[in-house]
Design a binder for this molecule. Structure first.
Ligand code: FES
Ligand code: FES
Length: 155
């Protein structure tokens, strides 16, 4: 079956079973590897993508579900000012250890800052609540997002 959608702002024509996992198409066919496979069961957030701007889990999303939609990974937001600010803030706050969770964290934060320019700490915690990090204890990530939010608000 043919399914058209956008991946990182490029037109894609997927030919295959509509129930195939989006994560496998993104990584194996398209070679977009910021998206990770962790649990594979919708529990860890490592495979996070934005679908029409909303955070979604590519390991439990069938390709058929993104027909005519826009799918973004970190590669697709790299040129945005929000991404630059988040990246710098994560670096400055020492928020990256093994890095496995970070693309998903960045997408969760990016999506939050797009919809809520000056989020409260509870909103930040809620926004990243589906993204598990085994290394950092979350505090440095939350501080990085808080600090980035202050800068993004001035854009
Ligand atoms: S790999 Fe998708 S939520 Fe864990
Ligand atoms: S930095 Fe290692 S899982 Fe988050």
């Amino acid at each position: 079956m043919k399914i058209r959608f956008k991946l990182n702002n490029k037109d894609i024509e997927y030919c295959g079973p509509p129930m195939a996992r989006l994560i496998d198409f993104i990584r194996d066919t398209m070679g977009v590897t910021s998206c990770k496979i962790g649990c594979g069961e919708g529990e860890c957030g490592a495979c996070s993508v934005l679908i029409d701007g909303r955070l979604a889990l590519a390991c439990i999303t069938p390709v058929g579900q993104v027909r005519n939609k826009s799918v973004l990974t970190v590669e697709g937001i790299r040129d945005t000012r929000e991404f630059s600010i988040l990246k710098r803030s994560f670096e400055e706050h020492g928020s990256v250890q093994c890095g496995f969770c970070i693309p998903g964290m960045i997408l969760a934060a990016y999506s939050l800052l797009k919809s809520t320019p000056n989020p409260r700490e509870e909103e930040i915690r809620e926004a990243i609540s589906g993204n598990l990090c085994r290394c950092t204890g979350y505090l440095s990530i939350i501080e990085a997002i808080k600090s980035a939010a202050r800068e993004v608000e001035k854009l």
